[in-house]
Design a protein around this ligand. Sequence first.
Ligand code: TRP
Length: 331
Amino acid sequence: MSSRPRVLSGIQPTGAGKHLGNYLGAVRYWASMQDENECFYFIADLHSLTITPDPAELRAQTRKLIAELLAMGVDPDRSALFLQSHLPEHAELGWVMSCLTGFGEASRMTQFKEKGGGNGGNVGLFNYPILQAADILLYQANRVPVGEDQRQHLELTRDLAQRFNHRYGATFTVPDPYVQKTAERIKDLQDPTAKMSTSKGGSGTLWVIEDDRATLKKVKSAVTDAGREVTYDVDTKPGISNLLTILSVVTGTAVPDLEVQFEGKGYGDFKAAVAEAVLGQFAPIRSRFAELVADPGYLDEVVKHGAARAREVASVTMAQVRDRVGLLPSS
Ligand code: TRP
């Protein structure tokens, strides 16, 4: 069991829920990695404090996300599913790592510059990637599935692991990023040149959990392009190309094969097929989600169990770190 590679990933609880891009580009892979790896998956609730969400909303969104992740295929019998804030080791190792991170190094993080670099930003946004490095290193993870936007944070994580190991002796596994590009490719249905996003929401975002009718309506009213051929060309036909990507990823059929399949058919038929495929994909997830949210006691139990499993690993790493850097034991 412990000879299997260790996989770790995190996802933030902020926003109305998870969308098609999150599912196809991230959580679906989490689920598929459970057979061959020892997986640790967590909800990055500490990270989401960087946007100072309303406390009641954060609680509700965190509970919802536990159910969404389970419904999307995270299996608590095979993987540890937990909340980051249930293990103080994350923040503790984050502090140690922040003392090894250069000010300039942290300032260069693209996401920080985009989201918090200005005067209005908080220090949490500055520390964000350092806490993320701690998340990963605590579990001695070998592989970290993330989207393209997290690549730089993974590089920082590797640098910090190597720096620590060099200064204090071999302590951390240097993790390999496992970057998926699918999420980048799923675009907003109303603005197919932009990534489908949580913050944008609106009728261009397909939530994994929403009414079937809402999904149907959004797909039917997705922007299309001039002409009437169902062909892939991101530059001249971004709308149709996006729908082709979605259909291709959902059905596992290559885009050229789909083009052949829809030759001579109009946009209407094509959109109906996309809607059907997406609804088919979501159907079991939605029904499972409905069962899960009706049982909050079970959700609490899952993350409690997950935290206990996570603690077995995190406490060992943290004890070693304290010792290596020269902190005295407490007893
Ligand atoms: N920053 C990641 C994101 O927004 C979430 C995250 C936090 C994470 N800690 C992590 C991802 C550790 C992978 C590993 O997507």
